[in-house]
Design a binder for this molecule. Structure first.
Ligand SMILES: [Zn+2]
Length: 229
């Protein structure tokens, strides 16, 4: 197992992650119109976007796939997502799940006011994975990464996480940490099903996750989740 280098890049309200081991992959693609900012920040971190060999999409919300089409063109890297999110990505549909906390319901209403005016480019999904149970994972060794894709539904039905052998877990919106979503680490404020969220977190913990890298906010340790899941 190599020690991964992890670069966190903030694009608008979202965070995307570059992971470099023997290969380099990207997790998520940020909100719309962030392509150039991504390129600039990747280069500032010493990574040529063309060395990226895979873009993993944790789920098909516009703040994670808004710049996917542009980044796919720039990197020429295949896009991997869960089969259940493929149509949403390829048709650039916007769809936010219901708010499951009081603040989530306020945010959901605010987003709904502008949702229909937000446009972004669709992007093809080159690798549609469909793991059916926690042990049915998609390995990433062929991309030079010691890790795997784990199906972690709950925020959306087709949400996936990337779990490295090092214990670093890239979870999209399975967990959130930070403004404007939350004040500290915890469950997402929007979710398809909250009990499924908690079960997915338990799956990641049982498979060795020790450090969580969310799509919104700073990374946090598994111990920060005590009493939450
Ligand atoms: Zn989301």
């Amino acid at each position: 197992m190599s020690i991964p280098k992890i670069f966190r890049i903030k694009l608008g309200v979202s965070c995307v992650y570059l992971i470099r081991e023997r290969g380099t992959i990207l997790v998520d693609a940020g909100p719309p119109r962030q392509e150039q900012k991504f390129v600039n920040k990747a280069r500032a971190a010493g990574i040529d976007p063309e060395e990226i060999s895979l873009v993993v999409v944790t789920h098909a919300h516009m703040d994670h796939i808004g710049s996917l089409a542009g980044i796919r063109t720039i990197t020429n890297a295949p896009v991997l997502a869960h089969a259940g999110e493929k149509t949403i990505i390829e048709q650039a549909l916007t769809e936010i799940p219901k708010g499951v906390t009081p603040w989530g319901r306020v945010m959901r209403f605010a987003i709904s006011l502008s949702e229909k005016n937000i446009r972004f480019e669709p992007a093809p999904v080159d690798i549609a994975v469909e793991p059916h149970n926690p042990n049915d994972c998609y390995p990433l060794n062929r991309f030079g990464i010691d890790g795997k894709i784990v199906h972690t539904p709950g925020h959306t039905k087709g949400s996936i996480s990337l779990l490295l052998e090092s214990g670093d877990a890239f979870v999209g919106d399975l967990l959130m940490n930070g403004f404007p979503m939350r004040r500290g680490p915890g469950i997402p404020i929007f979710a398809d099903d909250l009990e499924t969220v908690k079960n997915s977190v338990r799956v990641l913990l049982s498979q060795g996750a020790v450090l969580f890298f969310p799509g919104h906010g700073n990374p946090f340790a598994a111990s920060d989740l005590t009493g939450i899941c």
